[in-house]
Design a protein around this ligand. Structure first.
Ligand SMILES: O=P(O)(O)OC[C@H]1O[C@](O)(CO)[C@@H](O)[C@@H]1O
Length: 254
């Protein structure tokens, strides 16, 4: 696992965007795994800036988002499809039909989850998966207890996740209680993973991800099982790490 500590959110956003630009420059047909939430907003902003300044071509690239709320239509202002349109897709030349976000308001969730897994497989798998991390260690919407062999499915959101995401809705009871989410196995199937964490509220989750044994109780800790993970954190998110992690001597074997 490669672990990078940066000064602040601005630097984290720049570095992450540079990694995605390198990816598409090296392989114009890159398959991106994309994340929503507050953390990657700055990365998307930087990515748009870099793409415009350097005429980066996404015309052959494709993308799969981690998750979507159950019950929200793609045009709902708080859907993750709307988020992606506003924060990225409307500003780069990735073809609309090559951007996938799970459909949250279908009548047949089982079929949609199976279709999503199959679409990822047919695309040749994800080349680089971007992740944030929840305060409780979730990745995507894989809440504590999500097994390492889980694939795309409907998940129940925890109260802490619902409360954390209530800031985007008019009130907490408008936050959907379920989501369609890629599973841990889906995420671990990506060739590379890039996890971003910013701010003190993430410090404990970052510590548990890196310092504990891999466990379903802290879904992000299961990334220790992946051979190619880059974690970029700012000083505040790194503030609870021990010196052994900071010196790069832990986690072992990654
Ligand atoms: O980046 P934020 O807004 O802190 O969210 C952290 C995590 O929570 C989610 O937004 C889901 O609650 C994830 O998509 C994200 O990785």
């Amino acid at each position: 696992m490669k672990f990078v500590i940066v000064k602040d959110y601005a630097e984290l956003s720049r570095k992450a965007a540079e990694m995605l630009v390198s990816e598409v420059k090296a392989n114009p047909k890159s398959v991106f795994g994309l994340a929503t939430g507050g953390t990657p907003v700055g990365m998307y902003r930087e990515l748009i800036k870099l793409s415009q300044a350097q005429s980066i071509d996404f015309s052959q690239a494709s993308s799969f988002n981690l998750d979507e709320y159950v019950g929200l239509s793609s045009t709902h202002p708080q859907s993750y499809r709307s988020y992606m349109q506003e924060n990225l897709f409307n500003h780069i030349n990735i073809p609309a039909e090559k951007t996938q976000v799970p459909v949250g308001n279908t009548i047949d969730h089982l079929a949609e989850c199976a279709r999503y897994e199959e679409a990822i497989r047919l695309a040749g798998g994800i080349d680089i998966q971007v992740l944030g991390i929840g305060n409780n260690g979730h990745i995507g919407f894989n809440e504590p207890g999500s097994p390492a062999d889980s694939v795309t499915r409907v998940v129940q959101l925890t109260d802490s996740t619902i409360e954390a995401n209530a800031r985007y809705f008019d009130s907490v009871d408008q936050v959907p209680t379920q989501a369609v989410s890629m599973g841990i196995k889906t995420i671990l199937g990506a060739k590379k993973v890039l996890l971003l964490a910013s701010g003190e509220a993430k410090a404990e989750a970052v510590r548990l991800m890196l310092e504990g044994e891999p466990t379903a109780d802290v879904p992000a800790s299961l990334l220790q099982l992946h051979p190619n993970v880059t974690v970029i954190v700012d000083h505040e998110a790194a503030s609870k790490l021990t010196t052994s992690v900071l010196a790069g001597t832990k986690p072992s074997g990654s």
